[in-house]
Design a protein around this ligand. Sequence first.
Ligand SMILES: [Zn+2]
Length: 113
Amino acid sequence: MHEMSIAMSVVEAVADRARQEGCSMVTGIELVVGRLSGVQADSLRFCFSAAARNTPAEGAELVIEEREASGVCDACGAQFPLSGYHASCPECGLFRVRVVSGEELAVKSITIE
Ligand SMILES: [Zn+2]
């Protein structure tokens, strides 16, 4: 499952970070998930609690910030919100849209003790 491997790498990253800082517990994790990343927030949350079991991240509060996607047209330069890939430009109608944001999947911050 896509979300499971993401959850596991997030847990690994924050556990590493906690170890580096000499901390034994991660109490909070903030994630940024773009609309086009293909990740379901609910599903990620579910997978996270399973992946975090018996790690320093167990019981951490997971906050997922979903970010809207936006694109820019390579033909006319218009910028607009994107609802998905394969969008056409609302200004000129061409399919030369570049994704500017919405694909991100990153750990924004973690709280450790
Ligand atoms: Zn255009």
